[in-house]
Design a protein around this ligand. Structure first.
Ligand SMILES: [Ca+2]
Length: 334
């Protein structure tokens, strides 16, 4: 369980490179509620993903093989590149949708961490909520690139922008505000697993932000983040899954839309020397906090700020906190 200290503003997590998102919880009193934020959630109409004939409905067989994982020359945490291999596995065509997560909740009565509440270690109080992208509500940014995340009371998967927001017209959007344990619970219910970082990166090798003709192949940010969003790809927030072309394997949105949990503990580079000492991962920006790798980037990734809409890109995420731009998908390991 994530616990917080009692300072007014709290650096909740950073990123392995120091360049990626740093979330600052604006410690508005736990009783304060902030109105939901209206965002354009259906700027473009999308076709339904065709149903595949598969032994595992909605899953695609990814034939294993060898590949070069990681990259060098862009962000430190992606290096060093190295040769590795994966076995065959099945991967969900698309991110888990709100509809799919609702089926899980209906069947099990599961309550997500954001709904149960995150513990304030000073008071023992559990505060329901999650981190919402809300650049206009942050008045005292500690870091000029950290002022657009707000810990919003009442934000959860059913109220993605907090009280007053809902899932209307978003049944096919990826579920968000999902903590690591929530994603694992869903995967276990399905008899699936979360992908490893290696599986995700291998499957995403042919996934693109834009193709050679310049057509957007994923939901990212266009314009000067975070001040201007041109929505050239049709969306300013999440998009229904499968709006953009599938990659060569038939997998959608591995790049963009929402970041996706992997089961792999986070370390600040592939070459981190002491992985065995930290089974829950290690992030120097939040030492002691269990951290996992998230992959693929999100609708908030922009060329001027976070070029993490590439298969090799990776980011640290506190297991105890979902946000409005993190979701997941599942795999089957035969
Ligand atoms: Ca994604």
């Amino acid at each position: 369980m994530t616990s917080f200290t009692n300072s007014k503003k709290i650096l909740i997590f950073g990123a392995g490179s120091g360049l990626a998102i740093v979330i600052v919880l604006a410690w508005l009193a736990s009783k304060t509620s902030v109105p939901g934020i209206n965002i354009n959630v259906l700027a473009m109409q999308c076709n339904e993903i065709p149903t595949l004939a598969s032994p595992y409905p909605g899953m695609i067989l990814v034939t294993g093989g060898e590949f070069t994982m990681g990259a060098e020359g862009t962000y430190f945490e992606e290096g060093p590149a190295f040769a590795t291999s994966v076995n065959d596995f099945w991967m969900a065509q698309h991110e888990v949708t709100n509809n799919e997560f609702a089926e899980f909740v209906d069947a099990t009565g599961y309550i997500t961490l954001a709904e149960r509440g995150i513990e304030n270690s000073s008071t023992g109080e559990f505060i329901p909520g999650s981190a919402v992208f809300a650049p206009h509500v942050s008045d005292e940014p500690v870091n000029p690139f950290a002022g657009w995340w707000l810990f919003m009371n009442g934000a959860n998967w059913q109220q993605p922008e907090g009280p007053g927001s809902n899932l209307e017209s978003r049944q096919q959007h990826p579920v968000v505000h999902i903590a690591y344990e929530d994603a694992q619970a869903y995967a276990a219910w399905k008899g699936h697993s979360l992908p490893t970082e290696t599986q995700f990166e291998y499957a995403a090798q042919s996934s693109l932000r834009r193709d050679s003709a310049g057509t957007f192949q994923s939901n990212t940010w266009q314009g000067l983040f975070p001040f201007q969003h041109d929505a050239q790809d049709g969306f300013t927030g999440t998009a229904p899954v499968g709006c953009y072309s599938a990659n060569n394997l038939g997998l959608y949105d591995l790049i963009g839309n929402v970041w996706e949990w992997t089961e792999t503990p986070w370390f600040s580079s592939h070459g981190f020397a002491d992985k065995e000492k930290y089974p829950q991962g290690y992030d120097p920006y939040q030492p002691g906090e269990p951290v996992a790798v998230i992959k693929g980037g999100s609708y908030l990734c922009a060329p001027n700020y976070c070029m993490r809409y590439r298969p090799e890109a990776r980011q640290s995420q506190s297991k105890g906190l979902g946000t409005s731009h993190i979701g997941f998908r599942t795999v089957i390991n035969p």
